[in-house]
Design a protein around this ligand. Structure first.
Ligand code: NAD
Length: 478
């Protein structure tokens, strides 16, 4: 690591040096030619080493931030996918970086055309707390694969992890290449107003609006990975128990604090009660106890804990049916057991706002068309789940709705495919990353056109004459 005036003795970046770090990265990105394949592979390899060498420290810090989060869950849902993204990028990078030849129309021959994927420069990444490793490092993998310099701002709601990440990155990367900036909302606001060459934000839709406003001042392009209410549609043909256990799996991992968790389930009206029981049975099998069970996550902070409890109590007091696994009470260390609700008022918070907790409302429908209309009438969700073995029902749901991504007959798994773009649409976000789509998103796709032995266009005129007239008629007639 180079000796950096703005860095402390151990290389960490103090948060008051935000502008200085940015300027250093920016100047370096303008001064030094784009990094080659070998340098990018080396950076990705270093990142892999950082994660593999610190698996248990990472899981421990995240668990402490949550109050409890299963080490296995962190390993399976954060460490393994991060390493997978690194492995995939390293394997594919040489092919992605090759210039891509493009077609040249007969009218412009002889000539050639191609595109080059070039680093944008300095990329900013703002990450949330719910999967703090994956959602900071997965965009970082794409940004490094694309040859960028990167500043990362982790969430202040996961402070132990943020400190750890800052230290680990500073031990392995020159702050001119990658730097982690720590701080609360004020630091985040200052961060989002830096004139990055691209800003990738993962978080809530409300904050996403502010980030986009701040970025607009600098004409900084943004990728917004936001949230929303992701529906799970259980079609009439699908075995209820199977759908219930998939939905319970996707909903109760990390106690529902997953951006693509099924937010609510749409179920045929005559199957609501049976479905609710099946979800609870599945939750009890996965988590026989809640309070002392290390496998079951706590809610990240008091504000979110209270928000979720209030939302459930409100619909209960209004007459909704609430099934709960175990009343963990106030001494549970901010744990809320798996909860299923039906009969909640359409205008309740539970039915209008992203839940982001272990509470699953069920909405009944008469026909599949009604379920599709329900989804299509609302904001476009980040994820959609459809359970059916009937291809025409699957096609009907896919054609009649829109969402960032879809898993059919399961939950969450589309996000784990490095070959698929991941992102939202409408209020659930804009722009997608992961794998080649992330590499491309964080590259400048630069067009190059090379004139061949002679330039027909320059021979046609001016002065415009017969030759130009003939060429114009010929080219328009094709
Ligand atoms: P959040 O929007 O409150 O915070 C996210 C980040 O933004 C944090 O680092 C925070 O410091 C920063 N921030 C806060 N105020 C800011 C401001 N005014 N300007 C700039 N940055 C600011 O979100 P959260 O509570 O950390 O995460 C939960 C939300 O994130 C949910 O809505 C969830 O659906 C969404 N999410 C989306 C994805 C995805 O991939 N689409 C993944 C995880 C979470």
């Amino acid at each position: 690591m180079s000796q950096d005036a703005e860095a402390t003795a151990d290389g960490a970046v103090p948060d008051h040096d935000l502008d200085a770090v940015f300027q250093r990265q920016r100047q370096a990105s303008r001064r030094i030619a784009a990094s080659d394949l070998e340098a990018r592979q080396e950076s990705l390899g270093r990142l892999r080493g950082m994660v593999t060498d610190n698996r248990s420290a990472i899981a421990e810090a995240i668990s402490q931030d949550f109050g409890n989060r299963s080490r296995d869950e962190t390993d399976m849902l954060e460490v393994v996918p991060t390493l997978g993204a690194i492995r995939y990028a390293r394997r594919k990078l040489a092919g992605w970086m090759k210039p891509q030849r493009r077609h040249v129309d007969l009218a412009f021959q002889p000539a050639s055309a191609w595109v080059r994927h070039e680093p944008l420069g300095v990329v900013g990444i703002i990450a949330p707390w719910n999967y703090p490793l994956l959602l900071a490092l997965s965009p970082l993998v794409d940004a490094l694969a694309a040859g960028n310099r990167v500043m990362v701002k982790p969430s202040e709601l996961a402070p132990r992890f943020a400190d750890l990440l800052q230290r680990l990155i500073a031990e392995r990367f020159d702050p001119e290449q990658v730097a982690v900036v720590i701080g609360g909302v004020e630091a985040a606001q200052r961060f989002s107003s830096l004139p990055f060459d691209h800003l990738l934000f993962t978080g809530s839709t409300a904050v996403g609006r502010k980030v986009m406003q701040a970025a607009a001042e600098n004409l900084t392009p943004v990728t917004l990975e936001l949230g929303g209410k992701s529906p799970a549609i259980v079609c009439p043909d699908y075995p209820l128990d199977k759908a219930a256990s998939s939905i319970a799996f996707g909903k109760f991992l990390n106690a529902g604090q997953t951006c693509i968790a099924p937010d609510y389930a749409l179920v045929p009206n005559d199957k609501i009660a049976a479905f609710a029981e099946a979800v609870m049975a599945s939750a009890r099998r996965a988590y026989p106890a809640i309070a002392g069970n290390d496998d079951y996550s706590a809610i990240i902070g008091d504000r979110h804990y209270q928000r979720l409890r209030d939302a459930v109590e409100t619909v209960r007091s209004e007459g909704a049916t609430v099934l709960s696994h175990e009343d963990t009470g106030a001494d549970s260390g901010r744990k809320i057991g798996p909860t299923v609700v039906f009969g909640a008022a359409p205008e309740s918070l539970l039915m209008t706002e992203e839940i982001f907790g272990p509470v699953l409302p069920i909405v009944g429908y008469d026909s599949l068309d009604d379920a599709i209309r329900y989804v299509a009438a609302r904001d476009r969700p980040l994820a959609l789940y459809c359970f059916s073995d009937d291809k025409s029902a699957q096609a009907k749901v896919l054609d009649g709705t829109m969402s960032g991504g879809v898993t059919l007959n399961g939950t969450l798994l589309h996000v784990a495919q490095d070959s698929l773009p991941f992102g939202g649409v409408g209020t659930s976000g804009m722009g997608a990353y992961h794998g080649f789509d992330g590499f491309r998103r964080l590259s400048h796709v630069r067009s190059v056109y090379k004139v061949g032995a002679f330039n027909v266009f320059e021979r046609l005129g001016p002065p415009w004459g017969k030759l130009a007239g003939m060429a114009s008629r010929l080219l328009s007639r094709r």
